[in-house]
Design a protein. Structure first.
Lengths: 305, 409, 308
């Protein structure tokens, strides 16, 4: 090996390492900042359990929490992620596997464009649909459904199913799902597109039916990427604010999901911009909690594999 | 089942989450859901409504400025009613709040400006508006040579000078016109470019500020005008700086030497010592009585009372709750006495909720009247007013109480 | 009824599409493609309907003007488009090398024990509420960049901490985890035989890295588009640091500016108070969508030629 190549080796790898560190240093700084301020805030505002269940602090309060908002975020993110993966995954397979067809290119272009839409417009879109659909939806679907379910399971059903207000958790979850779909689809498509021909042919040979080939035999090859896609998409929508403004609206009290629902991000959005210390502190605490939840989901998912 | 693993994992996680959510909700005190105001009449108490038996949830939205105060009121009211009445208010912007109220998506709207004329004409007579709290706007500046800590003095400014700064006509701190107003520190004024900080987002603060400049200095009205967002000539002709939110402008002034900016009173009051280190806050001259006023709650309340007086003198009676309040707002702005830059937060309510098509209208109207009655009486007491807001003078609060009587039933 | 139809038909559609997967796979998959195209069509249709008033009044002038004067109801969105292009370009130019750097660092340079942790932390930042990024940009990054740029240039090049450049750098930090996640996956999936072959011919580690990167160029491209989309659509964080200069066109990176997404985020809450502002904002969204389509078309064309 010549000296040039050796020098190039060290310089090149060094450059990559430097770039990697440069990418990550600010991220670590921000995370560190959030956790330091957040943990301090949670302690001052009443301790972890209190913080996770209590109502948020007004400028007069010394203690408070993010209870209602946490519940709202968990619910809407779970629903949104479920729907996002349910649609995004097959969509990704379509774009990645069936690249020959013309329509696939249309779909892929569409997904690339959808990724870049300002998320506030997705929220407005859901708002428009909700406005159009609310009356009839309540008449024909929600009221009968809730009567049936309440008779079967009891009154607590009305926390979840019932006549919908103009603002409700389901509109918020739908908006989040639309935002998540392109992320899941694009990463899944990359995964499927990168399977080399020999492997694919082998899979078809073994699998017999196309369904088996694509989903059963190849699953080891793509599951890592797909799980990454899901996690990334879930993380993204858990941190979204703008699409929830006109769909879920926000709520600082515990209330049924059929009405305005709170979200941790909405609280951070509001509280970080007031001049009142107790609210600013709770914003950092809320951000720290959000990060931790996602971290737990990430770790569980990666361990389970 | 032979499917790929990941939907399963996510399904499991989602199921866990939903179970946790249900568990939490069920263990809350009073595990049965509160009768949400929009549900079927079966939830309405059938006995004649007395305050003790009223319960439900209200939804309002609008002005970002009033949000902390509204939330404080909401929480105190929640305590006062022992958890029976939940008032959910979100800051979606005065314009959005007005629009959503008119679309019947909100039970009430809150706005930094009265209902605009074109919209008022469409719904005249069907709704009422009244002020609930007062805010005031201060001019902070960052000029290290003139820091309050150093000189012990704050700058004097007038509407004319402020207008000319934001119009890009006065470009440097050592301008003669600024010197003329501040003879005591005239020699210390540096010949540096002024950086005029303003809002980049649409804002009620900007609306109140530019309305004041429009009324006090007609030249401003001719060139720029007033509104939630305006085109600032300083951006083109001199040095302008756009920042998001009151906190953005507050930060911008703290971080940029030789800058000036307009922010809500609370954002200055909370950081007073920081501003004193790099500059300070300006005393503003009231063009009507010629005195320079320092921003304090008393001076602002003086202005509010004087404004109402002027309206009554001009129009002969108090403003009617279902009238167009734009002329009222003009009389409140740049008042005859007191600190001249103030803003009101107006609340919109329908007169007849059942005619407007709201579900469960009787309960809703009763809840709203309860809440706002409390806001206009108890809510104005010092222990219930958040720092940075100024309570309504007695006469102005009375307007609101009278207005509430028009809400059926 | 239209709304009800849209919402109610959605569930059976999904069930049918899933069912078809088991019976006739290809048709089932196509249904999902159709679904997304219809959704996007509806979105763009909504933009058109909402933007109609200002298009009727001004025609395409709204896309070519650079004005924003609500008092006189005069709106133009060209300056926002230019801002989007500039900030996205800066963001991508900085983020792609960093993302590749992260992928290489994780897979080649770090010892095995640290990989998982490092990787998870990078992913985690994708979750950070964008408001926190905005606040960090407001308090830390903006002044830092201002000091740095002015020091390097030896004069006052950046008059304000909040400029298009600040927004671009902040965006780069925000989007690199997305590109990095995609590229990392691809990198880890390089088959063993291929890797062994590369080392068998005597490549140094650095040369091996370069070859592998070329091998996974599909993933890099995927990461590129994901990151680009994210950059163009980012609203809140950009809104806090971009400077809010929307009445003037500026091509100088070191001046305050505005992007389409942040324009909508900043102005929408109070837009309803004006007659033509909401249509103008939707016209801006329409412009962004069109621009995205154009970029896609160009990219696909280039790729076709490159891969042939």
């Amino acid at each position: 090996m010549t000296a040039e190549r050796r020098v190039a080796n060290w310089l090149g790898l060094g450059l990559f390492a430097l770039l990697g560190v440069a990418a990550v240093a600010p991220l670590f700084l921000i995370i560190g900042d959030v956790y330091i301020k957040g943990i301090d805030a949670i302690n001052r505002l009443g301790g972890l359990w209190h913080f996770l269940t209590e109502l948020p602090p007004s400028p007069f309060d010394e203690k408070g929490g993010i209870g209602p908002m946490l519940v709202g975020t968990l619910y809407m993110t779970a629903l949104g992620a479920l729907l996002g993966v349910a649609v995004g995954f097959p969509l990704g397979v379509y774009i990645g596997e069936m690249r020959r067809e013309k329509f696939t290119n249309v779909a892929r272009a569409g997904v690339n464009v959808l990724v870049e839409f300002p998320t506030i417009t997705i929220g407005l879109f859901m708002y428009a649909i909700m406005s159009l659909a609310k009356e009839d939806l309540n008449e024909w679907v929600m009221k009968p459904l809730s009567h049936v379910l309440k008779a079967a399971f009891g009154d607590w059903v009305s926390w979840f199913i019932g006549p919908l207000d103009g603002y409700n958790a389901y509109a918020g979850a739908a908006a989040l799902a639309i935002i998540m779909i392109p992320y899941v689809a694009l990463v899944t498509a990359s995964a499927y597109a990168s399977i080399e021909q020999p492997l694919r042919e082998a899979a078809y040979d073994i699998g017999g039916r196309e369904f088996n080939a694509l989903f059963v035999v190849l699953r080891k090859a793509v599951s890592r990427a797909v799980i990454t896609a899901t996690l990334l998409g879930t993380a993204k929508i858990a941190g979204e604010t703008a699409p929830l403004l006109f769909t879920a609206f926000g709520n600082f009290y515990y209330a049924p999901f059929t009405g305005p629902t709170g979200a941790v991000t909405l609280w951070v959005w509001y509280a970080a911009q007031t001049p009142y210390d107790v609210q600013i502190a709770s914003a950092y605490g809320a951000a720290a909690v959000l990060l931790t939840i996602i971290l737990i989901i990430f770790i569980t998912a990666r361990i389970k594999r | 089942m032979s499917r790929v693993m990941n939907p399963k994992i996510l399904g499991v996680i989602a199921a866990v989450v939903i179970i946790v959510v249900v568990a939490v909700l069920l263990t809350l005190p009073g595990g049965t859901p509160p009768p949400a105001a929009a549900q079927t009449p079966a939830a309405t108490p059938t006995s004649p409504q007395t305050p003790r038996s009223l319960s439900g949830a209200l939804t309002g939205g609008g002005s970002t400025f009033v949000a902390p105060q509204m939330f404080a009121w909401s929480k105190k009211f929640y305590d006062v009613t022992e958890g029976r009445i939940q008032l959910n208010y979100q800051s979606i912007g005065s314009g959005a709040g007005t629009a959503q109220f008119l679309e019947k998506k909100l039970d009430f709207g809150a706005s930094d400006v009265p209902m605009p004329k074109d919209r008022f004409d469409k719904v005249a007579g069907r709704f009422i508006q009244f002020p609930v709290i007062i805010g005031s706007i201060v001019l902070v500046y960052n000029v290290p040579e003139l820091a309050y800590e150093k000189t012990g003095k704050y700058l004097n400014l007038t509407s004319e000078v402020i207008s000319l700064i934001y119009m890009g006509e006065i470009k440097q701190w050592c301008d003669e016109r600024i010197k003329a107003l501040n003879p005591g520190v005239a020699d210390k004024l540096p010949c540096r470019d002024i950086v005029a900080a303003h809002r980049s987002d649409g804002s009620g603060t900007t609306a109140a500020f530019t309305l004041y400049l429009s009324l006090a200095y007609p030249q401003w009205n001719r060139t720029v005008g007033w509104g939630f967002t305006v085109k600032w000539p300083a951006d083109e002709k001199a040095k302008g700086l756009g920042a998001k939110g009151n906190e953005g402008v507050a930060q911008a002034v703290l971080q940029n030497a030789y800058s000036i900016g307009y922010i809500e009173y609370a954002y200055w009051a909370k950081n007073r010592d920081k501003y004193d280190k790099v500059g300070g806050v300006a005393l503003i001259r009231n063009d009507n009585d010629g005195k320079f006023y320092f921003p304090t709650a008393e001076n602002v309340a003086m202005g509010a009372g004087a404004g109402l007086e002027r309206y009554v003198k001009k129009y002969g009676s108090n403003p009617a709750p279902d009238a167009d309040w734009n002329p009222v707002s003009i009389e409140f702005t740049n008042p005859p006495r007191g600190y001249p830059i103030l803003s009101f937060v107006y609340v919109f309510l329908w007169k007849d909720y059942s005619a407007e098509g709201y579900g469960d209208a009787a309960t809703k109207a009763a809840l709203l009247k309860e809440f706002f009655k409390w806001v206009l009486t108890e809510g104005q007491k010092p222990e219930n007013v958040v720092e940075g807001y100024i309570p309504l003078p007695r006469e102005v609060a009375e307007l609101g109480l009278k207005a509430l009587e028009l809400v059926k039933p | 009824m239209l709304g009800l139809v849209l919402v109610v038909l959605f569930i059976p559609y999904l069930i049918a599409a899933y069912g078809l997967l088991f019976v006739k796979l290809r048709w089932g998959l196509r249904l999902f493609g159709v679904f997304i195209v219809v959704t996007i069509g509806l979105l763009v249709a909504m933009f058109l309907v909402e933007a109609y008033p200002i298009l009727a009044r001004d025609g395409v002038a709204v896309f070519l003007r650079t004005d924003w004067d609500p008092v006189r109801e005069s709106y133009g969105v060209l300056q926002a488009l230019v801002g989007t292009v500039l900030t996205s370009a800066v963001a991508i130019a900085l983020a792609m090398p960093m993302a590749v750097g992260v992928a290489v660092t994780i897979n080649e340079i770090l010892p095995a024990r640290w990989r998982g942790l490092f990787g998870s932390l990078v992913d985690l930042t994708a979750t950070m509420p964008t408001v926190i990024y905005g606040l960090w940009g407001l308090f830390v990054l903006g002044p830092l960049l201002q000091g740095l740029v002015n020091a390097l240039a030896g004069g006052v090049v950046m008059a304000s901490p909040y400029t298009l450049f600040t927004a671009g750098v902040l965006l780069a930090i925000m989007i690199s985890p997305y590109a990095a996640a995609v590229i990392r996956e691809g990198y880890a999936l390089v088959p063993k035989p291929v890797e062994e072959a590369i080392y068998a011919v005597g490549a140094t580690k650095f040369e091996a890295v370069l070859i592998k990167l070329r091998y996974i160029r599909n993933y890099i491209l995927g990461g590129f588009f994901l990151a680009l989309g994210r950059a163009m659509g980012e609203t809140v964080a950009v809104a806090m640091v971009v400077g809010g200069n929307f009445a003037r066109l500026t091509t100088n990176l070191f001046e305050s500016g505005i992007t389409i997404s942040s324009l909508i985020a900043l102005q929408f809450p109070n837009a309803a108070a004006y007659q033509y502002m909401v249509p103008a904002l939707f016209a801006a969204a329409l412009l962004l969508a069109l621009f995205g389509l154009v970029i896609n078309a160009v990219a696909i064309y280039i790729i076709q030629r490159w891969q042939v």
